[in-house]
Design a protein around this ligand. Structure first.
Ligand code: UD1
Length: 367
């Protein structure tokens, strides 16, 4: 009998996580792996381009949900995903990360008594003002299989009373995707398209509500960009573009010395830019792991992180929007004084998808 597994994707960071899973699921003749896209992210450069570059098959269903308030978006995904589950009758639903699509799909599946596997379970920032923190906690409560990327995740789940027989420490799937695409990344040399030299520029991404949703915070972000002693490439997220317009800060942003604002970059292009950069400044979750993989200094514009291993063993440093702290770190980085990544970081990206799919297959009686 054929077994059906649905993987749900919705927002940009989800697509990379499903790519290595898709590759591994294909090795099981008895498993049909189906991708469902909620449509949370819909711009070509936030979605489609990732399917092309990662060689992901087109989603079997696209829910076309689009943007909206948290309740509206989560609710719409639930309504549409329930229909898909009733029609396709999956034996398991796989959700990844911590976006609204993740919690919406998990809740639907469990209410229909379909088991849920959560990839990137257990991560906690302990900051309940982050929408993602609520999504993480709730999804983990609902999941039958919890695939954890780093040891802190196991401890968090233990503390929360999750049944440990459901928890599997498999490593960071984003690093596996990176490794899978490394030859193309190394070949790309994207910085040349911007007339830059390798190692001579900074790469920035900033989109968290805590940094861009208030005029004062966004102004502080602009002041921080003014501190960077390098030409800077900033592939700008639609949320940030919208806020700059709303708060009348577009001109101020555009007048930052040496700053080049560009549209969101595709996966290979973005990682090529990262590999060629001198440093990274970001409020993203996975950029912390990717910068650590390349052993590049990564200034994290947040007060907390759900990925502490990249602070302990990698190259990330939490700087919030503290200008003094950033200035001090920039001086150290210019002198070449920053902590490089430990070997553990590389190992965290080994065979993550193979381990994950094997456990899922076994739980479904497939070997
Ligand atoms: C979402 C995730 C966040 C993740 C980020 C990565 C949640 C709660 N947040 O945040 O964890 O780090 O994706 O990108 O799920 N928009 C477009 N085009 C798009 C997508 C969005 O224009 O393709 C605009 C919309 O107007 C929307 C805004 O960007 O209102 C924000 O999008 P949304 O999906 O709400 O959250 P993100 O900030 O992208």
């Amino acid at each position: 009998m054929q077994i059906k597994v649905i993987s749900v994707v919705g927002a940009r960071p989800n697509f990379m996580k499903v790519a290595p899973l898709e590759r591994e699921f294909r090795k099981y003749g008895r498993i049909s792996h189906v991708i469902v896209h909620t449509g949370q992210h819909y711009d070509k450069e936030m979605s489609e381009v990732f399917f092309d570059q990662l060689g992901l098959p087109r989603p079997e269903r696209h829910l076309g949900v689009g943007s909206g308030g948290h309740g509206e978006m989560t609710g719409k995904i639930m309504i549409e995903f329930e229909k898909v589950c009733l029609e396709l009758k999956p034996d398991m639903v796989v959700v990844v990360g911590d976006v609204n699509s993740t919690i919406a799909a998990s809740l639907v599946a469990r209410k229909l008594a379909i088991p849920v596997a959560h990839v990137e379970a257990g991560l906690r920032s302990f900051d309940e003002t982050m929408p993602e923190e609520l999504n993480r906690r709730l999804t983990d409560c609902l999941s039958n299989l919890l695939f954890v990327s780093e040891p802190s995740g196991v401890e968090n789940l233990r503390r929360e009373g999750i049944d440990m027989s459901r928890v599997h420490l498999v490593g960071d799937i984003m690093l596996e995707t990176l490794r899978m695409c490394l030859p193309q990344i190394q070949e790309r040399e994207r910085w040349k398209d911007f007339g830059l030299k390798k190692g001579s520029y900074a790469l920035v991404t900033l989109h968290r509500p805590s940094n861009v949703d208030e005029p004062r915070s966004l102004e502080e972000v602009i002041e921080i960009l003014n501190l960077l002693p390098y030409p800077t490439i900033f592939p700008i997220h639609p949320r940030t573009v919208k806020r700059l317009d709303e708060f009348n800060l577009k001109n101020k942003m555009e007048s930052v010395r040496g700053l080049k604002l560009v549209r969101p970059e595709a996966y290979i292009d973005f990682l090529s830019l990262m590999q060629g950069s001198a440093l990274v400044l970001s409020d993203s979750g996975s950029v912390q792991s990717e910068a650590s993989f390349f052993s590049l200094p990564c200034l994290v514009c947040r007060e907390n992180t759900e990925r502490p291993i990249y602070l302990e063993q990698g190259t990330s440093v939490l700087v919030g929007r503290n200008r003094e702290r950033i200035k001090e770190l920039l001086t150290r980085i210019e002198k070449g004084e920053y902590r490089h990544s430990s070997r553990l970081i590389e190992e965290l990206g080994m065979n993550v998808a193979a381990k994950t799919t094997k456990i899922i297959a076994e739980s479904l009686g497939v070997s």
